[in-house]
Design a protein around this ligand. Structure first.
Ligand SMILES: [Zn+2]
Ligand SMILES: [Zn+2]
Length: 299
C-alpha cells in the first residue's frame, strides 16, 4: 500500500479526503502521516505534503482551484505581464476573501461553474478551462498569443483551442481568424502580429538550409529572432551567433529581440526594425536592379 504522503505527491502535492480514500489510504494511515508531519491538513478535507507551493496553499485555504493565468503559467504558456494569482471558486462561495496572498500578490477570483470541468486535479482547473478563462482576463494581443502558446507548449491540441475559441468573446474574433500555430513562443506571436498590422509581410518559421527554422522573416530580407526566457547559457550564446552569421551570409539581416525590448520598449524597437527592414529592402532592390540591368544590357 502507498503511504498518504506518496499518494498526495502523485496528485500534485494536494489531495482531498475522497481522493485519498479512492487510492486506498485508510483513515488510520492518514492520521499516522499527520502525526509524523509528512502531511498537513490545509483546510477541512484537504491535505498537502511538504512540496505544496505557496499558490497551492493559498488556493486550498480559499477552497478554490488554481485557474486562468496562474494555471497556464505552471504549464509554461504565455500569459503576458500579469503576475497575480487567479483562483476559481464555486459561484456561491462568496464572502470575505483576502485581496492579496501572503507575499502581497493580488488575488483575482473567478466565481464560476467550470465550462470545461474535466480536471484531473482537485486544486487545478482543466487545461481548456484555464485557457477559456485566460482569454477573458487578457487583452486581445496577449489572448491570441496565449492561444497559440497553449498549442506550442502542448497543453491543448489545435482542435481543443478551436473548441475554446467557439466560446470566445466577440472582441477576439478577428484575432482568432489570424491564428496560425507556427509560433515558438508567445512573444513571437506578438511580434508577428504587430508587424503584420503595421503593413509588413511576415512569414513565420521559415526553413533555411544551413540555418534551420527562422522565427520570423520580414519582407523576405530581415530574419527576426525573439529570444524566449527559456533560452540562456553559453551553449545558446554560441548557437545564436553562429546562426546570425549564417543568416547574414545568405544576404539577410539578422535581428534578435529580447522580452523587454518587445514588451516594455516597443516604440524604439519598432523604429529600429523599420530602419533595418527599409535599408535591407533598398539593398535588395539595388542588387536586383543590377541583375536586371546586366540581363537586359545588349550593348
Ligand atoms: Zn509532494
Ligand atoms: Zn483570470
Amino acid at each position: 500500500m502507498h503511504s498518504a504522503a506518496s499518494v498526495i505527491c502523485s496528485l500534485g502535492h494536494v489531495a482531498t479526503t475522497a481522493e485519498l480514500r479512492r487510492r486506498g489510504v485508510s483513515p488510520g494511515a492518514l492520521r499516522d502521516a499527520l502525526a509524523g508531519g509528512a502531511v498537513a491538513r490545509a483546510v477541512r478535507g484537504v491535505y498537502v505534503c511538504a512540496h505544496a507551493d505557496p499558490d497551492q496553499r493559498t488556493a486550498t485555504a480559499a477552497f478554490g482551484r488554481i485557474s486562468c493565468l496562474s494555471a497556464l503559467r505552471r504549464a509554461g504558456v504565455w500569459t503576458g505581464l500579469d503576475r497575480s494569482l487567479h483562483l476559481q471558486l464555486p459561484p456561491h462561495a462568496r464572502g470575505d476573501r483576502p485581496a492579496a496572498d501572503r507575499n502581497g500578490r493580488p488575488i483575482h477570483y473567478h466565481w464560476a461553474v467550470p465550462r470545461f470541468p474535466d480536471s484531473r486535479r482537485s486544486w487545478l482547473v482543466s487545461p481548456m478551462e484555464a485557457v477559456w478563462q485566460a482569454i477573458r482576463c487578457l487583452d486581445e494581443e496577449n489572448a491570441i498569443a496565449c492561444l497559440e502558446s497553449a498549442v506550442h507548449e502542448r497543453l491543448l491540441t489545435v482542435d481543443e483551442v478551436r473548441r475554446v475559441c467557439g466560446r470566445a468573446p466577440a472582441r477576439l474574433q478577428r484575432g482568432i481568424r489570424e491564428l496560425e500555430f507556427t509560433a515558438g513562443s508567445g512573444m513571437e506571436t506578438i511580434v508577428r502580429r504587430r508587424l503584420r498590422h503595421a503593413g509588413y509581410t511576415v512569414v513565420a518559421q521559415v526553413q533555411v538550409t544551413g540555418v534551420g527554422d527562422e522565427d520570423l522573416l520580414v519582407e523576405d530580407c530581415v530574419a527576426l529572432e525573439t529570444d524566449g526566457e527559456k533560452w540562456h547559457g553559453p551553449d545558446r550564446f554560441h548557437f545564436d551567433r553562429n546562426r546570425d552569421l549564417k543568416t547574414e551570409g545568405l544576404g539577410r539581416r539578422a535581428l534578435r529581440l529580447t522580452h523587454d525590448q518587445v514588451m516594455y520598449d516597443w516604440e524604439t524597437t519598432f523604429l529600429s526594425i523599420t530602419r533595418v527592414v527599409d535599408d535591407a529592402k533598398r539593398e535588395q532592390t539595388r542588387r536586383f536592379g543590377r541583375v536586371i540591368l546586366h540581363a537586359d544590357d545588349p550593348l
